[in-house]
Design a protein around this ligand. Sequence first.
Ligand SMILES: Cc1cc2nc3c(=O)[nH]c(=O)nc-3n(C[C@H](O)[C@H](O)[C@H](O)COP(=O)(O)OP(=O)(O)OC[C@H]3O[C@@H](n4cnc5c(N)ncnc54)[C@H](O)[C@@H]3O)c2cc1C
Length: 346
Amino acid sequence: MAIEATIYGAGVFGLGCAFALARRGARVRVIDPKGVAAGASGGIVGALAPHVPEQWNEKKAFQLDSLLMAEDWWQAVSDLGGTDPGYARTGRLQPIPDADTRTRALDRADGAAALWRGAATWTVEPAPAGWSPGTTEVIRDTLSARIHPRRACAALAAAVRALGGQIVPDAHSEGLVLHATGWQGLAALRDARDRPAGNGVKGQAALLRLDRRDAPQLYVDGLHIVPHGDGTVALGSTSERDFDHAEPDVQLDAILARACAAVPELAGAEVIDRWAGIRPRARSRAPLLGVWPGRQGHFIANGGFKIGFGMAPKVAEVMAELMLDGRDAIPEAFATHGLAPWTRGV
Ligand SMILES: Cc1cc2nc3c(=O)[nH]c(=O)nc-3n(C[C@H](O)[C@H](O)[C@H](O)COP(=O)(O)OP(=O)(O)OC[C@H]3O[C@@H](n4cnc5c(N)ncnc54)[C@H](O)[C@@H]3O)c2cc1C
């Protein structure tokens, strides 16, 4: 008999885990009253970009694993469900505005050579003509990739269904239960001192009609500028801990102006979408993964914060291993054991 698993939350964490569970033979049912990618995962940016290769720790190592497995993982999603998630490893350029940045960049090139297992490079080189972050020299890394968040979730949903899984607005839970309920779930979970396990951080992003599909993404002035494969370029994002509504507003206009000042090629491109979402930020700022303390058969996958899409492949696989085989390969820094046993969550 196949193991049954119920997953609350149809964002990239819930759907990614459902996919990994179903691939291992579990019968999965995803429950989300708002449907697929109604939360933070329904966005447009999709930068899959590495942490800087220095001051290495288990979070950075976990993210590196996830980025390196992403191409095959998303290909499997696409093959099974027949829907393209928009993945491409097109790299990234960052500006080098001064001598200090250049020195740091060269140190990090050594860091990448030592830490990235020969799978990607970090180099200092002359800026290419045209599409560039506006300095004469740039950092290029070949590890960064892009994905189209909304389409990636649609692709995961198609793959889950192709594997016999269901995605429904409401149902009773059966079997093992995974809670992947985004910022609402974090805010409802409590730690032993009765503080919420995390909160929501709003972000805003825009989509422009501009075809740079083969160009690398840019990271400039704190902004991700990500060319997608469909002839659009996404840019974002704001980071708002205090907000009184969930819609895009004038803060997005400020981001657009900053991006156009940094990359003149963006100026004049038509804005075809303005989007806002609320990221799940755990108190630790790291993902929150593992068993739900004191609730037999219940598990948590949350806290993707700003890099949920980059982390999703590895999160999905370690959660499926934990739930089905009892093998715990979750870094200590992500563990759920600080949560109060009596916490009910959503
Ligand atoms: C503007 C912006 C830009 C971003 N850019 C990037 C980027 O470039 N790269 C990157 O890697 N990440 C990025 N992120 C972060 C990424 O989007 C998130 O980390 C990720 O989407 C979190 O996924 P999730 O599945 O945990 O949460 P969500 O996508 O929020 O999903 C949670 C789901 O749970 C559902 N839910 C809530 N309560 C219940 C309940 N009781 N029962 C059932 N379902 C419930 C909700 O309806 C929701 O659909 C960005 C986020 C934003 C907002």
